[in-house]
Ligand binder design. Structure first.
Ligand SMILES: Nc1ncnc2c1ncn2[C@@H]1O[C@H](COP(=O)(O)OP(=O)(O)OP(=O)(O)O)[C@@H](O)[C@H]1O
Length: 264
């Protein structure tokens, strides 16, 4: 055989998770290559959020392995996984509402550098953190809101700030949980562009219900049904996959088309 085999940026190997006697993740396997943008889709209750919680270390797996760049991360604490280069978006509630955009970003940068308990001592002298926060603020297009308190931002701006905080530490594998949930169509469109820009060169995993976002953003789609990845392929291949049609996508696409027809 010729050609080197690339180590996946993120790999799940026969992952299982049960809550009590109930098996939720039932042998999920997935290999995501560096730089790929992957959307995880599946019916309600399929285990998508649970999978994110396992990958980010919030839940421990019942069995199986999770590898980040070939190194096992299952069993590590969330902050250890974060320091190894995997970041997960939190919901808007993770923002410091009474801090400004700039201060939120600077806190995130300092935390990622391990200044968690000392950041108040010499903020103004920490030039690197200030520079990085400025850079992030431009990336997420909130530089004109530099001194606005997080609580006074629009919802879409808060979600952008949340993404800035997520990538503040320079993680190269980024997990976003329904990044456009609650946004209008035009906000969603702009937000997809923003996500594309800020994740250039990174590996991205999103959990997503909105098929417009899925097909607009993802290089590959992983379909999770009853805790198993039943398909992992390009959007076109997944759309054409008979098993996916039967288990999930057929009904979702029909609903989407019916909703669009009603809206016309
Ligand atoms: N901490 C927990 N304890 C017990 N059961 C849980 C826990 N977390 C999730 N579950 C159960 O696991 C199943 C999968 O939930 P999960 O939220 O991962 O699905 P999902 O695919 O993200 O669903 P949705 O699309 O509706 O958000 C559900 O039946 C849920 O009730």
């Amino acid at each position: 055989m010729s050609g080197a085999v690339n180590t996946p940026a993120l790999e799940l190997v026969d992952l299982h998770k049960s809550f009590g006697k109930t098996a939720i993740i039932r042998g999920a396997s997935l290999a995501v290559q560096s730089g790929e943008r992957v959307a995880i889709i599946g019916p309600n209750g399929a285990g998508k959020s649970t999978l994110f919680n396992l990958i980010s270390g919030r839940f421990g797996a019942s069995s199986g392995q999770i590898l980040l760049h070939g190194q096992r991360i299952d069993g590590l604490e969330p902050f250890e996984i974060n320091r190894r280069g995997l970041a997960r978006s939190f919901q808007v509630s993770n923002l410091f509402n009474r801090l400004s955009v700039f201060e939120n970003l600077r806190c995130a940068v300092l935390w990622s550098q391990g200044h968690r308990y000392a950041f108040w001592k010499a903020l103004s002298r920490l030039r690197d953190a200030n520079d990085r926060a400025e850079q992030l603020m431009h990336m997420i297009r909130l530089h004109k809101k530099r001194d606005t308190l997080a609580m006074n931002l629009t919802y879409a701006e808060q979600r952008a700030l949340e993404i800035g905080i997520t990538i503040a530490g320079g993680a190269d594998v980024v997990l976003l949980d329904e990044p456009t949930a609650g946004m209008s169509k035009s906000e969603t469109k702009r937000f997809i562009e923003l996500i594309r820009e800020v994740t250039v060169g990174k590996t991205l995993l999103t959990v997503e219900h909105d098929m417009g976002v899925v097909f607009g953003l993802a290089d590959k789609i992983a379909v999770l049904v009853y805790g198993e990845v039943i398909a992992f392929d390009t959007p076109d291949a997944v759309r054409a996959n008979a098993r996916v049609q039967e288990a999930y996508l057929g009904s979702v696409l029909a609903e989407t088309q019916a909703a669009e027809a009603r809206a016309c």
